[in-house]
Design a protein around this ligand. Structure first.
Ligand code: IVH
Length: 703
């Protein structure tokens, strides 16, 4: 069914979104035929009609305007997308703090990690968290040579030409800059510039933009640098990547240096010594928020001393030495139209509130999570109620309560279903609690037979932190799952798509919503992910309790896919030695091991994994420092350490390529023991394992 004949104002939001996606693809394809191949296949009038249709829908649904919308492009669209660049130093994200306690905990954690006294002052910077788009700009011998967006933190998009077009970004650094200097910061748009841009759009009869952040991001990621130049973008510098010769030893000093090189830096940055001072500055910035003229969404705290930052290091993708203290969530009222049940990857059923669309903090919200049946009961909400919705940062919106006086007489109570909404109608089971009682989570018992769970598994598989296949998002997974010609029912099917399509009579490019460009881009993106890092492979399987961090621990400990796979199969088959070995890894306990055992005990899963492994090349885990004296060794820390905390010790050993275990076994190569070490020391002696003290450890690793 096509919606192309329905007047724009009568489309539902879903139909509008789909049609905008289809139009973006079709128009792009016609542009390419016209500009790149000089071989248009439709008349100018037909082409204009497509563009007009796109504009009409965008006028009624301004919040659905796509970043790649044809209305945002002028002239010829270059056929090449952005080149990808690998960041030499990854671009990380920040952990969030939402309350004063979170901030106090954060400072406490740092003190403990560094083994400082609980009241020792620790210098930290506090500065606004700019709501924009982060950018890394590389200067060599003082000249701008490249610029890249953050992307997934490891690989970003090359937007060099566009960065050069931003007036705030110097092409040549002032003063005496190091040979290599990568400056990082935020591209943003001021409120005044945003409003002026929208006034121009309105005057030209074009759709207006939703918020400054998305507009700034869209402007920087324009394929035509002239478009970027026409947009008033600004840039605050606050961080750095690769630097050949550091001009300062503190965060504050580095930002001063950035200023000296000609960058705009934020004048609200200040130096504090305690959590109380940080909080005071947070409230001062919060008070000025409305008058700053640009969007900020919190305050970032960073340890000032760079040597301490180095010691603190990172936990998965965020530094231990920094945190983003977010401003409180924004709230709004709207009507609860209905409650749907969503089936997650693990079969957990989550009630989702369908809301009358409402703007909360600049974003249109149509859904909110209700968590579980108990939450609905606790809130006392009924369908038809006016509810208060809260949105905090990137978190899924939540319902806080309803307005008693505005409850309509026909408000309906929601009844939680007893069977899964999938076509199998499998009974719902409740998790048990640790004490053996009934838990709040209800699950579909269908597991892999349940189509919802299978789709969710596939979605997880292609998600950003797993296989991250460009152009294969939630929508496309749903499409392929149901497509009779090119079905994708399990991860391996993704990697045979191109081959199967080549044999099919009905090609993907001829299907509704697809074209030659989008189909071939998709096949190329899939091909690019056929070689995959070990931790992504493990994480992508979607085993319960095996998150990104656990996947990384397993990858580092076992090193190769074969080792991980063999261990998992052995554990599933009840091999106690294999189980013990995994159990010895720090941060991995029974919940993870049981989940791995359950997963691999299932024949269906084993076949799925084998089929997938036959399609992909799994890279061995990165061995952080193969040449260090402890690389590849299994180390146990025990007793009281004096120069570093246990966490710091673990971090340091892992960075040096060692595996850190929680207990001593025949696999242990080295025990580092402090005063008070007991049974582990005894066991090491029994097994004849080398034991050293903390000072010897530092001598050995050169600390
Ligand atoms: S520091 C290693 N400082 O927030 C940490 N980030 O959630 C590097 N951001 O991707 C980031 N203002 O885009 C830092 N003053 C600020 C910031 C800031 C905004 C963004 C940045 C980053 C995200 C992290």
């Amino acid at each position: 069914m096509t919606t192309a004949t329905i007047p724009a104002e009568e489309l539902t939001e879903d139909q509008a979104r789909d049609e905008l996606a289809r139009l973006a693809r079709e128009i792009e394809e016609h542009d390419r035929r016209y500009h790149a191949e000089d071989a248009p296949v439709i008349s100018d009038a037909e082409y204009d009609a497509l563009r007009r249709r796109n504009l009409a829908i965008e006028q009624f649904f301004p919040h659905l305007v796509r970043e790649d919308s044809p209305s945002r492009k002028v002239g010829a669209t270059p056929s090449e997308k952005f080149e990808k660049v690998r960041h030499k130093v990854p671009m990380l994200s920040l952990d969030n703090a939402f309350s004063d306690e979170d901030v106090i905990d954060f400072v406490g954690r740092i003190r403990r990690f560094l083994k400082l006294a609980p009241d020792a002052p620790i210098a930290m910077t506090a500065e606004p968290k700019i709501d924009g788009l982060s950018l890394s700009i590389r200067y060599e011998k003082g000249r701008l040579v490249s610029a890249a967006t953050r992307g997934d933190g490891q690989v970003g998009e090359n937007v060099t030409a566009n960065a050069r077009a931003v007036a705030d970004i110097p092409n040549v650094l002032k003063g005496d800059a190091p040979d290599v200097f990568e400056v990082r910061g935020e591209v943003y748009m001021t409120h005044r510039d945003f409003q002026a841009l929208n006034e121009r759009q309105r005057a030209d009869g074009k759709p207006t933009y939703v918020n400054p952040r998305n507009t700034a991001a869209g402007s920087l990621r324009q394929l035509d640098p002239a478009m970027t130049a026409a947009r008033p973008l600004k840039f605050f510098a606050y961080a750095w990547g690769e630097v050949s010769d550091m001009p300062a030893t503190t965060q504050f000093g580095m930002v001063e240096a950035l200023k000296g090189y000609g960058f705009r830096t934020n004048e609200l940055m200040c130096l504090c010594q305690t959590a109380e001072e940080l909080l005071k500055h947070y409230h001062a910035i919060e008070e000025r928020r409305a008058t700053l003229g640009y969007d900020i969404d919190g305050v970032v705290y960073k340890v000032n001393d760079l040597a301490l930052q180095q010691r603190l290091g990172f936990v998965s993708r965020s530094p231990r030495w920094a945190v983003a203290h977010k401003f409180p969530a924004e709230k709004a009222f709207t009507i609860l139209r209905g409650i749907d049940i969503q089936v997650g990857r693990t079969g957990a059923l989550t009630p989702v509130a369908r809301l009358e669309p409402v703007t909360v903090g600049g974003v249109v919200v149509t859904n909110a999570t209700l968590h579980n049946a108990e939450e609905i009961e606790r809130l006392g909400v009924k369908i038809g109620d006016t509810v208060m919705v809260q949105r905090a940062g990137d978190v899924i919106p939540q319902i806080l309560g309803y307005v008693e006086e505005r409850r309509p007489p026909d408000a309906r109570e929601f009844e939680f279903p007893t069977v899964c909404p999938c076509e199998l109608k499998t009974p719902i089971v409740r998790d048990s609690t640790a004490g053996g009682g009934e838990g709040v989570v209800r699950r579909c018992s269908g597991e892999f037979a349940c189509p919802f769970q299978r789709i969710e598994h596939l979605r997880h598989f292609v998600s950003r932190r797993a296989f991250d296949i460009e152009g294969l998002g939630e929508k496309q997974i749903e499409f392929f799952f149901h497509d009779p010609d090119l079905p994708v029912k399990s991860p391996a099917d993704i990697f045979t798509l191109a081959e199967r399509d080549a044999k099919n009579v009905k090609k993907l490019k001829d299907k509704e919503g697809w074209g030659a460009v989008s189909a071939s881009n998709l096949f190329a993106a899939i091909e690019a992910r056929r070689t995959i890092p070990l931790e992504r492979m493990i994480y992508g399987l979607g085993i319960r309790h095996v998150g990104e961090r656990t996947a990384t621990t397993l990858a580092r400990a076992y090193g190769s896919w074969k080792e991980v796979h063999d261990a998992a199969l052995a554990i599933a088959a009840g091999d106690l030695k294999a189980r013990e070995e995994m159990d010895a890894l720090e941060d991995i306990g029974d919940a993870v091991i049981d989940a791995i055992a359950t997963y691999f005990a299932e024949e269906h899963n084993r076949r799925l994994v084998e089929a997938l492994a036959a399609q992909v090349n799994v890279m061995d885990a990165e061995r952080p420092a193969a040449d260090s004296p402890v690389a590849g060794k299994t180390i146990v820390f025990t007793g009281a350490l004096e120069r570093m905390s246990r966490d710091e010790a673990k971090d340091m050993a892992e960075r040096l390529g060692a595996k850190v275990a929680g207990s001593v076994s025949s696999k242990t190569d080295l025990v580092v023991a402090g005063p008070g070490a007991g049974s582990k020391l005894k066991k090491a002696a029994e097994l004849g394992i080398e034991v050293i003290d903390e000072d010897t450890w530092f001598q050995r690793v050169g600390g």
